[in-house]
Design a protein around this ligand. Structure first.
Ligand SMILES: [Zn+2]
Length: 259
């Protein structure tokens, strides 16, 4: 992992790419976990991209033609409760929507059944998850609800049968609760394999998000497309540089790490 100071040094020399740029941002949660982004930083981000970019629903962005402005879609992994409490009203204020990829095994039935995160499973520590009525609220507000599996497994380290079960069961529950098609998936830890992609297709998913830093291009694989993680330690200047492509060198680092 590159240190923040080193990332900033590389960003100084890496060129920006502000035309024909389509990017998918990856967030997790606000406020609760020590790893979470602060609410104020998130508001600052949303205000800036609202003013400087075109924000689209994910599937629209994937199929959009490149234009002079930077086009952005917002995604949130795991399904933390702060999405309903903070993110939904902030985005509604700007008439923006996002995609949430949920771990269906961790969504409670009611607020009395809210589940706490488990850092050993790779969740953000000391956080809590959405419950199904809140997932329904997000969906009713125009959000896309995709699967992040049932139980946050690394798909490169589990069996063929367990990958299949994770993909089928999570899709089934999302479709049952929301009465809609679930075509979107995000790989836990961004880790994917040829086998996982094959099973995804068999299960009826159309789009799967990875975690390799970079912009979408005509040659992007829709079953493992790149996303740009926005970490809580990035400054507002870092954020603007990330959006403009000055951190895109990270894609090479991630490629070496097999993402
Ligand atoms: Zn995750």
């Amino acid at each position: 992992m590159l240190r923040l100071s080193l990332k900033r040094k590389f960003a100084k020399i890496w060129p920006s790419q502000q035309k024909d740029r389509k990017i998918v941002l990856l967030y997790h949660s606000l406020e609760e976990s020590p790893w979470a982004l602060s609410k104020n930083k998130f508001i600052e981000h949303m205000k800036w991209i609202f003013d400087h970019c075109l924000v689209l629903p994910l599937a629209d962005l994937i199929h959009a033609k490149p234009i002079a402005d930077i086009q952005v879609a917002l995604t949130f992994d795991d399904g933390y409760s702060s999405l309903h409490r903070y993110v939904l009203p902030i985005l509604e204020d700007k008439k923006m929507v996002a995609t949430v990829y949920i771990n269906t095994g961790w969504m409670g039935e009611t607020v009395n059944d809210r589940k706490l995160s488990n850092a050993q499973r790779g969740h953000y520590p000391n956080d809590s998850f959405l419950v199904w009525p809140e997932v329904q609220d997000l969906y009713n507000s125009g959000w896309e609800v995709g699967s992040h599996g049932v139980n946050h497994h690394d798909f490169t380290s589990i069996s063929y049968d367990l990958i299949k079960e994770e993909l089928r069961s999570s899709k089934y529950h999302i479709e049952k609760y929301l009465s809609t098609n679930c075509e979107h998936f995000a790989y836990p830890f961004g880790r994917h394999s040829k086998t996982a992609k094959k099973i995804l297709e068999q299960c009826g998913y159309k789009y799967a998000a990875g975690a390799k830093h970079g912009a979408l291009s005509a040659s992007s694989n829709l079953l493992a497309f790149p996303r740009i993680n926005i970490a809580s330690d990035c400054s507002f200047d870092d954020f603007k540089n990330i959006i403009k492509g000055k951190w895109d060198y990270l894609g090479w680092v991630h490629k070496m790490r097999g993402l």
